[in-house]
Design a protein. Sequence first.
Length: 94
Amino acid sequence: MDPTAISLTIGLVGGLVLGAVYYGGLALTTRWLQGTERAVVWAYVSFVVRLTVVAIGLVVVTHGDIGRMIAAGTGIFSIRALYSWVERHDRSPS
């Protein structure tokens, strides 16, 4: 297999995992915040933790390679589209 294809696949899979971590954490946070006090503080803490995890994950996955960065970004935005679609269809009347 071509080393470039392997590199891009690593970037894409890494982006999918990082997107799932970020948006999965967002989903858990929004559900958890509904019954808590200091929701703004917890939302901010959740955002900072999720952003830090994704930023460190991107550094680890991409190793500064622009191709891997683009592939990882594609993976993250793919998960975002999936998350948005699932949230939209969960709220629609049956």
